[in-house]
Design a binder for this molecule. Structure first.
Ligand SMILES: Cc1cc2nc3c(=O)[nH]c(=O)nc-3n(C[C@H](O)[C@H](O)[C@H](O)COP(=O)(O)O)c2cc1C
Length: 225
């Protein structure tokens, strides 16, 4: 069986932003989980060959790099041929995004809360496609001053509308101390460091365990296929 590919999606697109830092944290927790059948070499035996037939590859997909304009497709995505919608989009950027999403078997959306919902950039990227999402497992990790639970709830509804199989566990990261730099900003400053107090709070609240549960729930969904 070929490896299953899970995209860990960075959902906000402004600059600077916290999302790449939070996404990297989620990625690191998932890929360091010894119970998940990832194809990352184990630190204990780096030369070991992974023979697990259902191994998993995690890849970070950043919506900011897709450069999608506000939704401008002439066709309704759900009306396109389900088996091969990509060539039927009228815009080049839609075809490119369709190809990217078709390359993954499941998704973890890492999203901030913007005014009790998800950022427009994420809704926009979701609206562009339909069959590329349909039927695939999805997980949600949110963040905000209280964990971004309202964004997670909204996103669950949107993904269910896209007929994705949204897993139950949805960790929420309360971001209290980690922040964007204040003052003049350069490109290099975009990478924001996590504040150790936030990370300690997440660990104490069991958030890393929830992320591993989420990862395992996605693996179980992929195993059903
Ligand atoms: C437009 C906007 C709306 C926001 N609304 C909320 C909110 O409803 N609840 C919350 O906890 N934080 C809210 N925040 C704070 C964000 O969670 C915080 O700024 C976070 O850094 C946003 O992620 P980003 O930096 O990746 O864009 C909001 C931020 C922005 C920019």
């Amino acid at each position: 069986m070929p490896p299953k590919r899970i995209a860990v999606v960075t959902s906000s697109t402004r600059s600077p932003r916290l999302n790449p830092t939070i996404t990297q944290y989620v990625y690191d927790v998932l890929t360091s989980d010894p119970t998940l059948p990832t194809n990352k070499p184990s630190p204990a035996s780096p030369s070991a060959i992974d023979t697990n037939p259902r191994h998993i590859t995690f890849t970070i997909v950043d919506l900011a790099k897709q450069s999608l304009p506000l939704y401008d497709e002439a066709v309704i995505p759900a009306s396109l041929p389900a088996d091969n919608p990509t060539p039927h989009y009228t815009k080049r950027h839609s075809r490119a995004w369709s190809s990217v999403v078709r390359g993954y078997d499941a998704f973890i959306f890492v999203t901030p809360q913007y005014n009790w919902s998800i950022p427009a950039s994420l809704k926009n990227a979701l609206d562009y496609l339909y069959h590329e999402w349909k039927g695939k497992p999805a997980g949600i990790v949110s963040y905000g001053s209280r964990g971004g639970g309202k964004a997670a709830d909204h996103l669950r509804g949107v993904l269910t509308g896209l007929r994705m199989r949204v897993v139950r566990t949805a960790p929420g990261l309360a971001v209290r101390h980690t922040g964007l730099p204040v003052g003049a900003l350069s490109e290099e400053e975009e990478k924001v460091e996590l504040d150790a107090r936030d990370v300690a709070g997440w660990k104490e609240a069991g958030v890393e365990g929830m992320m591993r549960n989420l990862g395992m729930e996605l693996v179980c969904e992929l195993d059903k296929e």
